[in-house]
Ligand binder design. Structure first.
Ligand code: ADP
Ligand code: GLC
Length: 481
């Protein structure tokens, strides 16, 4: 199949979170299975284009309206066995930020979707599948059903993947005029929302099939508690909605080959993990002590991730228990400030790095004993998968992909791969942290067994990529049938 991915992120070229990882690793897996996969992302700022890159010889014409065509450049390079196209259009993407505080998001990302589709038409590469990711690409399925329906692209089926329902692209209705989309789209059972346009809602109505990144999240988003107002639309489309758990790219996240960790290790020989722990304690200014349990956090510091709950219980935990925490993250200023202040109160026990640092993220996964993810909602979550493959036991709230990928600890015989808690409350998290401390200090044989269980699971993309291929097949039958 010919598959076009339209995404705002692609690791390592442009990444703020797991979306970039997912699009990269799914594309590589599908291409390795023999599909012709092309990924279309904006060229933010000056994403470097070295020897591997070629620029399309003609300017690419984006036909916004019959009277208005804009021209841009498209760069291409191999990406595993797939290909990546970078859309260079500096009016929108030259300044470099992926999302930022801009007010013209609707136009930037609407332009990206249309440019991707018009580039296919101009180069006579007509995809069978247009796979759009999250709200920024939400208008692609709408364009396929309207202004490009009678072109060669009209036979392409569209797949829309919800990575995060919280961000929907609520914008003014001008975006319809900008793309010359028909005004009838502005109704309640279409794109309309509070008088404006909801880009994600458009995709939910117009995509041939909808996927999300775990089976549990696919159920959760059909309920008011997790639906962010769109649960009625998701229930309406339930027959076309599937949850497929993300895999991980084991060329990037693998303790046996990780060049970003100080030393490598495997489930059979964990001696390297102890070296990674000591190196992480040293690097982050924690007391170097093999016997003290070390808890890691790497996350965007937003409400979704529930780390305000952790900040609230840390004084009690650190004040009483023999334990250490290392946190890497950036996001809400109040939360960054709170963690920095706590780090000053508990030197040697709590180390906080504000910022984005991929190499340190690898060293935390490699060196920590536990990894904390108290998410209020988590469509899939990749860090718990990385953690388990590095023998770092995740402590998770039982929601979304966390519930689907971590198995809770039970004793006699020792089973599980991590620790669970249910409510998004401080007391429930505190209870789970106490259980983790008990596991570490009082049940060392169980702790060692859980590590083995976690490290020997298969989180590769093999199964999930095959599930996507099946959805593509069935979407094509629906579209062409
Ligand atoms: P989300 O996509 O909601 O942020 P995921 O768990 O799916 O959550 O993916 C997060 C990804 O982003 C992981 O690869 C994680 O290592 C990375 N990440 C998040 N924050 C940082 C940071 N401050 N520094 C480095 N990597 C980060
Ligand atoms: C989103 C979700 C996260 C998921 C990632 C990749 O950012 O918040 O849970 O793992 O997308 O699908």
């Amino acid at each position: 199949m010919k598959i076009l991915m339209i995404s705002p992120e692609l690791a390592p070229l442009a990444k703020t979170g797991g979306l970039g990882d997912m699009v990269a690793s799914l594309s590589k897996a599908l291409a390795a299975d023999g599909h012709d996969v092309r990924i279309f992302i904006p060229r933010y700022g000056n994403i470097p284009t070295g020897d591997d890159w070629s620029v399309h010889p003609d300017p690419v014409a984006v036909h916004l309206t019959p009277q208005h065509t804009e021209f841009c450049r498209v760069w291409t390079a191999p990406f595993g066995q797939a290909r990546v196209h970078l859309l260079e259009y500096n009016n929108f993407f030259g300044s470099g930020e992926i999302y930022g505080q801009r007010t013209d998001h609707a136009y930037r990302f609407a332009f990206q979707s249309l440019a991707a589709l018009d580039f296919c038409l101009q180069t006579d590469w007509v995809p069978d599948i247009v796979h759009a990711h999250d709200w920024t690409a939400g208008l692609a399925p709408v364009i396929l059903n309207t202004t490009r329906r009678s072109t060669a692209l009209g036979r392409a089926a569209s797949i829309f993947t919800v990575h995060n329902l919280q961000h929907q692209g609520l914008v003014t209705a001008d975006v319809l005029r900008y793309l010359y989309l028909p005004p009838w789209l502005l109704t309640a059972d279409n794109l309309e929302c509070y008088g404006g346009v909801n880009m994600l809602k458009g995709a939910l109505y117009h995509a041939t099939k909808i996927t999300t990144v775990s089976p549990t999240y696919a159920q959760e988003i059909q309920t008011p508690a997790y639906g962010f107002g769109l649960d009625p639309v998701l229930r309406f489309r339930a027959a076309d909605l599937v949850g497929i758990l993300n895999g991980i790219d084991s060329t990037e996240w693998n303790p046996a080959t990780d060049s970003l960790a100080p030393v490598r290790f495997t489930a059979k020989d964990l001696s390297g993990k102890a070296v990674c722990k000591a190196a992480l304690q040293r690097e982050t200014g924690l007391e170097v002590d093999a016997a003290t349990p070390l808890f890691g956090v790497v996350a965007r510091l937003y409400e979704q991730k529930g780390l305000d709950l952790l900040a609230a219980i840390l004084p009690e935990l650190l004040g009483r228990a023999r334990m250490q925490v290392v946190l890497l993250g950036a996001g809400e200023k109040y939360l960054e400030g709170r963690f920095q202040w706590l780090a000053k109160c508990f030197p040697g026990q709590l180390s906080v790095r504000i910022g984005y640092d991929n190499a340190l993220a690898h060293r935390i996964e490699a060196g920590a004993d536990f990894f904390i993810m108290p998410s209020r909602f988590e469509p899939c979550g990749l860090n718990q998968l990385y953690s388990m493959s590095y023998g770092t036991l995740p402590i998770v709230r039982a929601t979304g992909g966390l519930a689907d990928s971590v198995q809770p600890w039970t004793s006699r015989p020792a089973k599980g791969t991590g620790l669970f808690f249910g409510d998004a409350t401080e007391s429930a998290l505190l209870d789970a942290m106490h259980r983790a401390l008990r596991l570490y200090f009082d049940y060392p044989a169980d702790f060692a067994q859980l590590r083995q269980n976690a490290m020997t699971q298969d989180f590769s993309w093999n199964l999930s990529a095959a599930s996507y291929a099946r959805i593509y097949d069935s979407a094509l039958r629906t579209r062409r049938g």
